[in-house]
Design a protein around this ligand. Structure first.
Ligand code: ADE
Ligand code: ZN
Length: 345
């Protein structure tokens, strides 16, 4: 659809909320709200080092990625039964449906749970049942298994072997957790094996780490998408490569703000990435921790950076183009985007 009819700035928040979209970067453990953390802690008899919801929320003041991860892994310690994983995913999926998310490709961190003695089957069955039920909400939901990069490649191999009986329940693998000091090359062999199994491949790179990590994710791990990737703007040759190969970047503005990747949202480089011809998308990362789900990421970023309806259209389209949906599904999603923008004109 070209050109996008002009839409008044004051109508942008409504347009951003109404437009159909895909979420490609959401850690399901990062959607665990403090209220649910405490409810699950009580249900499972897990002790937490916080007196209550308010005290926990007050601890959400982060200075970098690691300061967040320490609290995020502690929050996930309340998940023990398949029903816990279901309840967490279902809460997110209801929220996603209300925000006109038509497709969600959801990360999960099995090692965070198997290390505590929770069976892989428990984790995947609970999450997968919620994804199946999401059809009732009008959301196509799929799972992506992430390896924790602060652990060894041997641990990732073991995790993949444990997950293989459930191969039909996830569509890809990713790489997350502490980026600095854990370059993509560390996981070259396990990603090669996942590739031989026909899985989609993605990796966090260039969140805090240098452009070299993005190059390695592309050339060594052979990923199809880069999660975050905002540091790529420091390397013009990399920007060119990402644009030429139409590699999607799953950008998470409120996450970048809360983890001090940018000093404020007005200085976020989303516009630069789009202007460079990159297939950038907007995502929430860990919405329970970073102060907003997907629509809040759009609304706050547009208000701070002055992006307009043309950018909104690009981002909505990019989200579906960058997804792992099949070709015909992508086409019908884009038609729904076009219909929403036409109705707003
Ligand atoms: N795990 C959850 N959120 C993450 C992020 N923003 N970066 C790396 N690992 C994560
Ligand atoms: Zn992430």
């Amino acid at each position: 659809m070209n050109p996008i009819p002009p839409i008044a700035r004051e109508r942008l928040p409504a347009l951003l909320a109404a437009m159909p979209k895909a979420e490609l970067h959401i850690h399901i453990e990062g959607s665990l709200e403090p209220e649910l953390i405490f409810a699950l802690a009580q249900r499972n008899g897990v002790a937490l080092p916080y007196a209550g919801v308010e005290e926990l929320r007050r601890a959400y003041a982060f200075s970098n990625l690691q300061s967040f991860l320490d609290i995020y892994y502690a929050g996930a310690s309340v998940l023990l039964q398949a029903q816990d994983f279901y309840d967490m995913a279902w809460a997110y999926l209801q929220r996603a449906a209300a925000e006109n998310v038509l497709r969600a490709e959801i990360f999960f961190d099995p090692q965070t749970h198997t290390a505590r003695g929770v069976a892989m089957e428990t984790v995947i069955s609970g999450l997968h049942r919620a994804c199946v039920d999401a059809k009732q909400l009008g959301v196509d939901a799929e799972l992506i298994l992430c390896f924790l990069r602060h652990l060894s490649e041997e641990d990732a191999f073991r995790t993949f072997e444990q997950a293989l009986p459930y191969r039909d329940k996830f569509i890809g693998v990713g790489l997350d957790s502490s980026e600095l000091g854990h370059p993509p090359e560390k996981f070259a062999r396990v990603f090669a094996q996942c590739r031989r199994h026909g899985l989609h491949l993605v990796a966090h790179a260039g969140e805090e780490g240098p452009p070299a990590y993005v190059w390695a994710a592309l050339d060594v791990l052979k990923v199809e998408r880069i999660d975050h990737g905002v540091q790529s703007a420091k390397d013009p040759a990399l920007m060119k490569r990402l644009a030429q190969d139409r590699i999607p970047l799953t950008v998470c503005p409120l996450s970048n703000l809360k983890l001090c990747v940018f000093p404020d949202l007005a200085q976020h480089n989303l516009r630069e990435l789009l202007d460079g011809g990159l297939l950038a998308t907007v995502n929430s990362d860990d919405p329970a921790y970073f102060g907003g789900y997907l629509n809040e990421n759009f609304v706050q970023t547009f208000a701070a950076t002055g992006l307009d309806a043309q950018h909104a259209y690009r981002l909505a389209r990019n989200s579906f183009e960058g997804s792992f949906a099949d070709g015909s599904a992508k086409q019908s999603y884009v038609e729904r985007v076009d219909a929403t923008f036409a109705a707003f004109a």
